[in-house]
Write a protein that binds this ligand. Structure first.
Ligand code: NAP
Length: 286
């Protein structure tokens, strides 16, 4: 037997086992595994490639999904750096026929964004997902504006580029399967999409959009309101900060890093927000 350039060749004599023979079953297995991975790979289109769209795209690409994006602004350069194909023209984006389209635009812009997407160029069975920080509003809009054949999944990743900078382990992912066709492949697709978050370690919370908004007004909206108010005060670190004060500064940082549009959307498009603000004011007065 001769070994040439890492390959083994038999020249004479009885049959001999060589390293390559031993490696065959392993090779087969790894090829089979990558075939399974490929079959689970989704083509995911992101509409709205700002802070949150890019944050999601990075992990989706790392997970092995094929990611496309389109946005009002030209993010060609940022997309290339993340391994995402960017389409300036929404027609070209839709003609790529993504399995899933994630709407990651500002809450205030959703109606306009859906209205300007050439939905007829997508496959009729496309799964449309929103990630807005309020939930009843997009649910109603998606049900009224999308063709009835499209699947609708409303989600809220309860974290962002600050809180989800490192591991997503234990971070909450709220979802509501608003309208998913009964066909097995549609069910499998939505499960495969949600599996991405589960595999990142997220705590998967299935909940109605209505319940989400009731709870989020008393938690997320209050957190952002207090953080914004404190931010307006221009608080600064001193040489005698307490742990409590350090926590307040972190709150200011976390909430003020988000766009004002995001905060404004939390207030304008969660019908429970006004009541929570009134409770906050009453508590302050008392
Ligand atoms: P954002 O200010 O809420 O949204 C920015 C995105 O909206 C950008 O992609 C921007 O497009 C697009 N946009 C804004 N106005 C538009 C208009 N008039 N027409 C078309 N597009 C418009 O900031 P964000 O943090 O990226 O949030 C995006 C979405 O994710 C929001 O719905 C938010 O509630 C949700 N979310 C955010 C977080 C977070 O921590 N940041 C967490 C969970 C969910 P261009 O950049 O192309 O202008």
């Amino acid at each position: 037997m001769e070994v040439a350039g890492g390959l083994c060749t038999r020249t004479r004599g009885p049959l001999q086992t060589c390293a390559l023979d031993a490696a065959m079953p392993f090779d087969y297995e790894s090829r089979a595994t990558s075939k399974i991975k490929e079959s689970k790979q989704l083509t995911i289109g992101i509409v709205g490639f700002g802070t949150f769209g890019q944050f999601l795209a990075k992990r989706l690409v790392q997970h092995g999904h094929k990611v496309l994006a389109t946005s009002r602004t030209n993010y060609q350069h940022e997309a290339a750096g993340l391994g995402v194909s960017f389409f300036r023209d929404p027609d070209d984006f839709c003609e790529e026929h993504p399995d899933v389209v994630i709407l990651a635009c500002a809450i205030l812009a959703l109606e306009k964004v859906i209205g300007s997407l050439p939905l007829q160029r997508l496959r009729r069975s496309t799964l449309i997902v929103d990630v807005l920080s309020v939930k009843q509003f997009p649910k109603q809009l998606l049900l009224s504006m999308l063709p009835p054949e499209m699947d609708v999944l409303c989600t809220h990743p309860m974290f962002g580029p600050d809180s989800g900078k490192g591991s997503w382990g234990g971070l909450n992912l709220m979802y509501d399967k608003v309208r998913i066709g009964s066909a097995g492949r549609r069910q499998a697709r939505v499960d495969s999409f949600l599996q991405f978050f589960a595999e990142q370690g997220c705590r998967m919370v299935e909940m109605s959009c209505e319940e989400h908004d009731r709870l989020a007004a008393g938690t997320q909206f209050i957190t952002h309101s207090v953080g914004r108010v404190l931010g307006e005060m221009g608080l600064e670190s001193t040489s005698i900060d307490t742990k409590g004060f350090e926590a307040l500064l972190r709150l200011v940082d976390n909430t003020n890093n988000d766009s004002f549009d995001l905060y404004y959307g939390l207030f304008m498009y969660n019908q429970n927000a006004t009541e929570e603000l009134a409770r906050l004011e009453a508590a302050f007065d008392s």
